[in-house]
Design a binder for this molecule. Structure first.
Ligand code: GLN
Length: 591
């Protein structure tokens, strides 16, 4: 939709005569799309995104079209400048949107590529309101939180509905009910439900049941108060999901039921689960899928044959979780080692590959600030492979280079992701090409051998927000290379990027002459995107972030290659397939 049309769409139902302000996007068919709202009470971090994506996947299995959307309360326009240490990883969509890690959960659970239409922040909402105000779109009215700001929120939801033609839009509201910054989202949900009419919307509240050690019993009061807060906003929940460490007792569920007018069968216990991939089955066993269909009155839209097939495929995957008979260890270097959320996609990609190959992968976090050439062997003695993930800045960079040197010289399987690709180039330049002063200008701005330098196109863009090479890009693969074979002998693959620096093209020749192979590059541009080292069992780096596109039923070939090579290394006596054959066996799905 063009920008102008967009602005017009937002004002078509507006007049100075009416207090109603409900802009409708072009093509919106009232009644076609239903809405399921998921919000949290008591505290954040309950796994609203996980819950919502699992429920959405059950609906998708039934042949329904689902579209998730996350509403974030913060004022940033996107997640690009957020510190992963505080907020979890920055997830990048194919269209270049930098967003919350929950969008990654939706993409994985739904096996669906999302776009910027699926991610809304308060910053975007207010930005658009102020633009419209300057454009004169409010026809002389004072612009108010209600109805204009809430109207903008409803517009985003309806626009997603119209663009995707979804049966159900799943709306996840970030933060907790009672936060000042998401209160207007909740008000917008209430208004939307009122406007769309009965059975158009279903409200799910996630809450938490405390179990203080000193008492040894579950206490539901905090949960009750949280739900009361939601009801004070004019919202009657339809389903309450009780998160807890242990299964929630009947007594606690009864208390919540009576307190909130929600029938007991719709007050669900959802204790911690060993794997998020088990949650769809738990929700299904509790009949939550049919409860939602009934509340939204769309039982007649489902396709049970589709569901049988989809569920069988899903169970093929989940049945294998935890049954592996081989156990390996992958070391991951990185500075955000205390917050696992900063590496959520990598952890998931490892799990997908591990399950597919029947290898149980333990992760060892390696703090690289203490590693050097002398102690690398000692620090890496118990790992079967290493990943150097994405990163920014100088901290721990020399330690990462020491790990890579050790991996390259000792046939230890290696996968470098973005920063890890750049560090592998520096290591190779220093130790094989005899360029001891090689470095990245990110680490050493005036370095004499800048093998990694800022992208010419990024040099022109100033400021911190929005100056990276972002999103899905095609990669041209060099025939006969390991990458080409891993990806099924195809000429081109698509991966997602988020970087400012790249290999300086002036060094490509010297690196390749010394034995490094750039097996993937940008079409028509000298941007190197995949490297490998042929005389090594598995040494690969990529400027991209392949973890972002790994899916449970479709593991990513580079991760499969790494895990296969690491498993082979750990179990040399077993005749295991090499990484290429392993990748072909588990990555050949086309859906
Ligand atoms: N800091 C590096 C760059 O900007 C790598 C980025 C990353 O790992 N995502 O190019």
């Amino acid at each position: 939709m063009s920008k102008n049309k967009d602005l017009l769409a937002s004002v078509s139902d507006v007049s100075t005569e009416s207090e109603f302000f409900s802009p409708m996007p072009d093509g919106y068919k009232k009644g076609k799309t239903r809405y399921c709202f998921v919000m949290g009470t008591v505290m954040s971090g309950l796994g609203k995104g996980i819950f919502s994506s699992c429920l959405a996947s059950l609906m998708q299995d039934k042949g329904l079209k689902v579209a998730p959307i996350k509403l974030e309360g913060y004022l940033n326009i996107d997640s690009g400048t957020l510190n992963p240490f505080r907020h979890g990883e920055v997830f990048v969509l194919d269209d270049g949107m930098e967003c919350d890690m929950d969008l990654g959960t939706y993409e994985r659970m739904l096996n669906q590529d999302l776009s910027r239409a699926n991610f809304v922040t308060s910053g975007q909402i207010f930005n658009s309101i102020l633009q419209k105000e300057r454009h004169g779109d409010y026809l002389g009215r004072d612009v108010q939180m209600i109805p204009h700001v809430t109207g903008e929120v409803k517009l985003r939801l309806r626009r997603l509905a119209a663009e995707t033609n979804a049966d159900i839009v799943f709306v996840e509201i970030g933060g907790t009910v009672g936060d000042l910054e998401n209160a207007y989202f909740i008000e917008a949900m209430r208004e939307l439900a009122y406007e769309e009419g009965p059975n158009s919307c279903c409200f799910v509240a996630l809450t938490y049941i405390l179990e203080p050690k000193t008492l040894g019993e579950q206490k539901s009061k905090a949960a009750q108060l949280g739900i009361r807060q939601l009801m004070q906003c004019g919202i009657q929940p339809d389903i309450i999901t009780c998160r807890a460490t242990n299964p929630v007792s009947e007594k606690a569920r009864q208390k919540i039921s009576i307190y909130s007018n929600v029938p007991l069968e719709r007050v669900i216990s959802l204790p911690d689960s060993a794997s998020i991939y088990m949650i769809p089955a738990i929700l299904r066993d509790k009949g939550l899928d049919f409860a939602v269909l009934k509340l939204l009155k769309i039982e007649d839209r489902i396709n049970l044959r589709h569901e049988r097939r989809a569920w069988a495929q899903w169970c093929d995957f989940t049945d294998k979780i935890g049954t592996a008979n081989r156990r390996i260890t992958i070391g991951i270097t990185g500075k955000y080692t205390t917050v696992r959320d900063s590496y959520a996609s990598i952890i998931n990609a490892i799990e997908h590959a591990g399950v597919a190959l029947a290898s149980d992968v333990k992760i060892k976090w390696i703090e690289t600030t203490v590693i050097n050439d002398e102690n690398a062997a000692e620090n890496l003695k118990d790992v079967d492979g290493i990943i150097v993930p994405g990163g920014f800045g100088t901290r721990g960079a020399e330690g990462k280079i020491a790990c890579i040197k050790y991996a390259r010289e000792n046939n230890l399987p290696y996968l470098g992701l973005c920063f890890g690709f750049q560090m592998a180039v520096i290591e190779f330049a220093r130790n094989v090409c005899d360029l001891p002063k090689a470095n990245s200008t990110e680490i050493e701005p005036d370095c004499p051998e800048p093998v990694i330098d800022i992208l010419p196109e990024q040099k022109k863009i100033e400021g911190l927000g929005g100056n990276m090479r972002l999103g899905g890009k095609d990669i041209e693969l060099k025939p006969q290379t390991l990458a080409w074979k891993l990806f099924g002998k195809t000429d081109s693959v698509r991966m997602r990027f988020r970087h400012r620096y790249e290999v300086d093209p002036r060094y490509i020749e010297v690196l390749e002459k010394a034995g490094l192979i750039f097996s993937g590059k940008a079409p028509n541009q000298p941007i190197m995107q995949i490297l490998e080292f042929p005389s090594h069992p598995f040494f690969m780096g990529t400027q991209a972030h392949p973890c972002l596109t790994s899916r449970p039923l479709k593991p990513q070939p580079m991760f499969v290659g790494l895990i296969a090579a690491a498993t082979q290394k750990h179990y040399p006596q077993e005749k295991l397939p090499d990484c290429i054959r392993a990748a072909r066996k588990v990555c050949n799905r086309t859906d």
